[in-house]
Write a protein that binds this ligand. Sequence first.
Ligand SMILES: NC(=O)c1ccc[n+]([C@@H]2O[C@H](COP(=O)([O-])OP(=O)(O)OC[C@H]3O[C@@H](n4cnc5c(N)ncnc54)[C@H](OP(=O)(O)O)[C@@H]3O)[C@@H](O)[C@H]2O)c1
Length: 239
Amino acid sequence: MTTQTIIIGGASGMGHALARTLVAENDDVTLVGRSADRLAAARAQLERLGTGRIDTVVADIGREQDIADLFAKVEQVDHVVVTAADSTGVYGATADLATSVARSVLDTKLLGAWLVGKHASGKVTGSITYTSGINAYRPNGSNTIMAAANGALASLVHGLAIEMAPVRVNAVSPGWVDTPIWDNLGMDKDKAFAEMARRLPARRIGTPDDIAQAFLSLMRNGFITGTVLHVDGGHQIIS
Ligand SMILES: NC(=O)c1ccc[n+]([C@@H]2O[C@H](COP(=O)([O-])OP(=O)(O)OC[C@H]3O[C@@H](n4cnc5c(N)ncnc54)[C@H](OP(=O)(O)O)[C@@H]3O)[C@@H](O)[C@H]2O)c1
């Protein structure tokens, strides 16, 4: 049976990897992001993979009207997956971070997630899956506000899983995954990845497909709800 999934953040990275898998299985996807150009490019990459319908919607998860409009046009949807987050300028000491950056992180990652729960309510029938992150569980002293937002997502998942039942609500907490999000962090990515890969029990950095497979598990297993699934190569258990 064809399912329909809205992927907020689906123009790139792990959201796009999920879209590739779903479209290859002839499922319908709606990609949501802020840039019409990036969405069009992402859609073009999907078109030859399968026969499912591919829609795109320009919306900013930090703006309530955008999220309200997105779901107002939806009669019913099987699954919603949220990977969107604004991490621009977020890495650095708390004392040096502009408060506007902290607000933007909370607006997109936490309040945005809440807005999705609010406006998808009554429209989504299967599951909502959010994206947390390893920094909530292994803070490194340079991303405290993102860690706080990711940590709070776990409580949001617990609350919405009770409130929205029988719709299932979960989150994936990725470790380090090679996606475009790393390109603007101003670090030597290859060196950092090589060092982290040596330390991780999995001995490698994650791929977007690793996370896409985790999203699929949470979407398709009807007995998983209120859970944060750690997909981090063992990052949580190293010192
Ligand atoms: N990659 C990692 O190592 C890692 C580790 C832990 C957690 N995470 C989390 O994983 C999630 C996915 O990240 P990714 O690595 O796949 O990065 P990505 O490739 O940069 O994907 C993020 C997507 O979200 C969209 N987006 C950003 N801000 C948005 C907004 N305000 N409204 C709507 N869409 C927005 C972006 O498109 P536009 O810019 O065009 O809107 C982009 O397509 C994020 O929540 C991130 O915090 C990533």
